[in-house]
Design a protein around this ligand. Structure first.
Ligand code: DP6
Length: 325
């Protein structure tokens, strides 16, 4: 009763930002991401008859507290489904993603955990079913089941059966690059979960955000289909700015940006003034992801490396979906 899965993280170009059902993790809007080959989590789940509780080891350290509870509550979903209540597991994960620094480590983490658990229990789930399960660990994770360009369709049903991810274009459809620029690896103050809840409940800009989404989604899908980099970049950057604008309109207001975040946003916009098409997107943290085309990699990376406050740059190509050992 053992399974091992590897999943890559993903970066949303159209952001998921808000839930209509917190328990089932049902979103208020559909979102779209690119799977990244440079950042992944590998997880092994082994169920043992003689364990009295779950054990969770992340990067060789035993995890307790909130992070442990989240994993063990998540395993309960599978135990209930497989009618194996009372059967506990040893979960061992290696994260190649800086945790809690806006790199959606929860995305590759929950996707790998879902994959490894379903293998360990021999559940034979379809990708669609696996994506539904993964969604209930962390919303953005349901997109990491697939490689390439992926849409999480929000669905309408109260039971969430129609809320899962689908592939929009495969990994080899289009070679774009994503530089994840680490400005600080410190833990963030407001988690994405808390931030999106506060925004949904209080932001005076939230309705505007929601209203703008269907058009953004339509435009980005056309851009991906036609490999129109400017179209994709423009809509992704604008969508990111709108998401972050909702945090400024919340009570109490907050932002994930630091001064170096804003300065890097300007660095990217300045690249465009030199006719280098590069666009940024930012998740619930200070770090910036820059998208560009392979032919501009040299100049983009040289510019980013020279920018203020840059600690590390992780370059990704478009990544593959979940895989098993
Ligand atoms: C800003 O998927 O981490 O990265 O569903 O509460 O676990 P939970 O949230 P999470 O939120 C990700 C938010 C985002 C945008 C995105 O990835 O779409």
């Amino acid at each position: 009763m053992k399974g091992t899965a590897k999943a890559h993280t993903n970066i949303a170009l159209i952001k998921y930002w808000g839930k209509r059902n917190e328990e089932l993790i049902l979103p208020t809007n559909s979102s779209l991401s690119v799977t990244l080959d440079g950042l992944h989590t590998e997880t092994t789940v082994q169920f043992h008859e003689d364990l009295q509780e779950d054990v969770f080891v992340l990067d060789n350290k035993e995890v307790t507290g909130v992070a442990y509870d989240r994993v063990t509550n998540y395993l309960n979903l599978f135990r209930n489904y497989a009618k194996k209540q009372g059967l506990f597991a040893e979960v061992t994960s290696t994260n190649k993603v800086p945790t809690a620094a806006g790199f959606a480590s929860s995305a590759s983490g929950f996707a790998a955990l879902a994959g490894a658990t379903s293998k360990a229990l021999d559940l034979q789930l379809s990708d669609e079913d696996l994506s539904r399960f993964t969604r209930q660990g962390s919303g953005s994770a349901c997109r990491s089941i697939y490689g390439g360009f992926v849409e999480w369709q929000m669905g309408e049903r109260d039971d969430g059966q129609d809320s899962f991810a689908v592939q929009v274009a495969p990994q080899d459809h289009w070679d774009i690059r994503v530089a994840a620029v680490v400005l600080t690896a410190e833990e963030k103050d407001v988690s994405s979960r808390v931030g999106m809840r506060r925004t949904v409940e209080t932001s005076v800009f939230y309705d505007g955000w929601l209203q703008s989404l269907p058009k953004d989604m339509e435009t980005i899908k056309e851009g991906i289909r036609d490999k129109d980099f400017e179209k994709v970049g423009k809509v992704a950057e604008a969508n990111c700015l709108k998401m972050h604008a909702t945090t400024f309109g919340a009570t109490p207001p907050f932002t994930y940006w630091q001064d170096t975040t804003m300065s890097l946003m300007q660095t990217v916009q300045n690249l465009r003034k030199k006719d280098i098409p590069a666009y940024f997107t930012i998740d619930a943290g200070p770090n910036v992801k820059v998208i560009y085309l392979p032919e501009h990699e040299g100049e983009v990376l040289r510019t980013l490396e020279a920018a203020r406050g840059v600690e590390k740059i992780i370059v990704s190509k478009v990544g593959a979906g979940i895989s098993y050992k």
